[in-house]
Design a binder for this molecule. Sequence first.
Ligand SMILES: [Zn+2]
Length: 304
Amino acid sequence: MPDVDASAPAAPTATSTAPSPPDAFPETASGTGGAAAPAAQPVSQPSAAVDAESATTAAEAAASPPEPGPKRIAIVFAHPDDAEFICAGTVARWVAEGHHVTYVLLTNGDKGSSDPSVTPEQLVATRAAEQRAACKILGVRDVVFVGFSDAMLVADLDTRREVVRVIRRLKPDVVVCGDPTIRWVGQDYLNHPDHRAAGEVTLDAIYPAARDRMTFPELLAEGLEPHKVAEVYLSGAKEPDVWIDTTPYLDKKLAALRAHASQLGDWDPEEMVRQWARETAARNPNPPEGAGEYAEAFKYFKLD
Ligand SMILES: [Zn+2]
């Protein structure tokens, strides 16, 4: 497991001055290479799908190169649209590199409207359709809707059991989820409680519950054997230590985000998304040669 890079930017000093959609994650890490887009992006595996790492992580990665071949990757968030805001450039890149990406959405998004003419049931259907459309744009094959009620997610044992069930069924090599320690950013953003709960319950499910045979024996009785997740990427992390160049995929990210029409209304997220990604790239303490203008950043764990 890599240590936090002391040279990595610590905390969420960046705040977005752009209008914030109701559900947007703040990007808390960022930067700009400013360099022209490279002609060829280095092909990356998820465990190597990082364009800069802490010195410790880089040394470890060099000592034990990742196994070749496509990986199973689960993207676990609270709401339809969360992944599009926070990590869709990375998702698009990993899909393009041949990995099998599945979305896991813990809530159904049934509170995400202030329109009095829309029922929660209608909203659930709309948001599921929007999420599927976004996934189609990104090349994500599967979406699992776990179905908890929006704004009601809690990181308790019942929720943990459901996430463990999904992890044991999908058997992901890599899981991406939110940083549960983000309570606020700057002076204008309180993180949604579902975002915190989703990050917390996902980490708790990965370790140790999904891995341990004797935890949740009822899942074993369903035929769901223990599963060990090898790598975890925390999106929007307070202490990012890996950066992924998403420059060639920014347009795809924007297109996927725009699929969530019920959440965007008349607001065009492009300026804000480009600014986040540019700032994220600029905060990379060790940008690789030829790094592009846009990046997404994560806190990375390689679990033994
Ligand atoms: Zn959200």
